[in-house]
Ligand binder design. Structure first.
Ligand SMILES: Cc1ncc(COP(=O)(O)O)c(C=O)c1O
Length: 363
């Protein structure tokens, strides 16, 4: 039998590896590998999800009206500039396919959401990486790499896996330094967690410019990762172009129903945000006391760096946590085994992580 050869550039793409979700020796592990919400969705969201059960034989509303309106009403946005999708990652992919032609350059920060290079390369782009300073997106390093071939810049703010952010003024400086024919996509996946005063969403920039768009997700603070639902806020011209290749039912009816309820649950979201910020502070203090370097995260996860700990490594620490029934995510570039990324969990989950880390460090 002949084995079919894929297109020539496919081998340059490494497939996405999902965080682990089970452990052979632990029936009910603490899963902290994928930055999900340990709280899950709010009661109202679950009720909305259940309410559509009798209607799932119908196709979803391809114009996504109810969810777009719920988002627009809650965040005071223009519903006509919103498009929803099968997770924000689908929307990032759609925008890349809409704007990137083979041979274009796509610019990313050294740390980036792992799907971005996959989307860029599958559209035929050369993906260029700008180094970071102190684990933060470096606007100057990005701007230095812009040239005639650059078509798109994607920045997650806050970023993953570092958990760090850059100030609103820095995002605006990045945009101001880009030629008008370069598209800036600001990936706001963790925006709802951020309490820092100098942080700002780029949503309002969409009203003023034709080359900026923002993606957001219901997978994180809203607790709907399993339903796959996200949205993008785009200038009209970008939205019209994306609509040409969007599949009509890319957002399913149950996901849209649940998300329309979730976005209105302001108090629930505030509770999750406060819990997360409280634990980030506690965790940061406790692991620092243990002699572990932790990056200053504004998200629902934190990155531990074991590079300077003699006889320790991220991979090793991850294996130790797994032996205690906790699933973290080893992180960092392929050859670097220094880092481990852990999601902020519920009270007892965080205590279990701290206990296990203390044990690991004293071994
Ligand atoms: C920075 C960043 N962007 C986008 C996504 C994708 O989220 P979604 O579940 O909406 O596809 C993630 C998921 O982990 C992420 O970390």
């Amino acid at each position: 039998m002949t084995t079919l050869k894929p297109r020539g550039d496919l081998e340059a793409i490494s497939p996405y590896k999902q965080g682990k979700s089970d452990l052979a020796d632990h029936a009910d592990p603490i899963k902290l590998s994928s930055n999900e919400s340990s709280f899950g969705p709010s009661p109202n969201t679950i009720a909305a999800f259940k309410s559509i059960a009798e209607n799932i034989h119908r196709y979803p509303d391809g114009s996504q009206t109810e969810l777009r309106q719920a988002i627009a009403d809650t965040l005071k946005l223009d519903a006509n500039k919103i498009v929803c999708g099968n997770g924000s990652e689908e929307l990032i992919g759609l925008v890349v396919r809409t704007y990137i032609s083979p041979g274009d350059e796509m610019l990313l920060s050294e740390n980036h959401f792992v799907m971005c290079p996959i989307y860029g390369r599958s559209a035929g782009a050369d993906v260029i990486f700008a180094p970071e300073k102190n684990y933060r997106v470096d606007v100057d390093a990005l701007l230095e790499r812009v040239n005639d071939k650059t078509r798109m810049v994607i920045v997650a703010n806050p970023n993953n896996p570092t958990g760090t952010y850059i100030a609103d003024s820095e995002i605006r400086r990045l945009h101001a330094g880009l030629p008008e024919n370069v598209l800036l996509l600001v990936d706001d996946a963790y925006a709802e967690y951020v309490t820092a005063e100098d942080y700002g969403s780029a949503l309002d920039m969409v009203e003023q410019h034709n080359n900026v768009l923002v993606t957001r997700t219901f997978s994180k603070i809203f607790g709907l990762a399993g339903l796959r639902i996200g949205w993008a806020y785009c200038p009209q011209s970008i939205l019209e172009n994306v609509q040409r290749i969007r599949t009509p039912f890319n957002a399913n009816s149950a996901a849209m129903k649940a998300a329309a309820a979730a976005i209105k649950d302001i108090e629930y979201i505030a509770m999750v945000r406060e819990h997360t910020a409280k634990w980030q502070k506690i965790i940061s203090e406790r692991v620092t006391e243990m002699g572990i370097k932790i990056l200053p995260s504004v998200t629902n996860f934190y990155l531990l760096d074991f590079a300077e700990n003699e006889n320790k490594s991220g991979a090793d620490a991850a294996a130790f946590l797994e032996s205690k029934g906790i699933i973290p995510r080893p992180a960092g570039s392929n050859s670097n085994t220094g880092y481990v990324r852990i999601t902020v969990g519920l009270d007892d989950e965080n205590e279990a992580v701290l206990k296990a880390l203390a044990e690991y460090m004293s071994n």
